[in-house]
Ligand binder design. Structure first.
Ligand code: 5GP
Length: 116
């Protein structure tokens, strides 16, 4: 079964694509948590951060240079933004196809709730 994000990357599900190249696709989150909320996704389906292989280092670096360029293009680079990768249940991961959230456009508040 292809992941939800593989279907978006293949064009089988609609999404607002903001970047596409041979390794990475980026599109707007369907339920944005900030004025800018973009998901940056490797075209090949790596399920979680635990599944990143040593040979994926350049690909993972590319996710971040695409995030950097999108932040600049969205006009949020100077004020700042947040990059998030959720992993598995405790990380709150919903879609098991690795992705970086790019969030910005307003103050985002605390990184996570305080641990008591
Ligand atoms: P996770 O919790 O796995 O880190 O984040 C998954 C993200 O995917 C969520 O922010 C959710 O809103 C987004 N999402 C889920 N389904 C879709 C979809 O069909 N289209 C788009 N563009 N985003 C989706």
């Amino acid at each position: 079964m292809p992941t939800l994000f593989e279907r978006i990357i293949a064009g089988d599900l609609p999404a607002t694509i903001v970047h596409r190249d041979d390794r990475v696709t980026a599109f707007r989150d369907i339920q944005p948590r900030a004025p800018t909320h973009i998901l940056i996704v490797p075209n090949k389906p790596i399920p979680t951060a635990n599944d990143i292989a040593d040979s994926d280092e350049a690909l993972i670096g590319h996710l971040f240079t695409v995030a950097r360029d999108l932040a600049k293009r969205e006009g949020i680079a100077e004020d700042g933004y947040r990059l998030i990768i959720n992993c598995n249940q405790h990380g709150g991961q919903e879609v098991y196809h690795l992705h970086v959230h790019l969030l910005g456009g307003a103050p985002l508040g605390a990184m996570v709730a305080k641990h008591s």
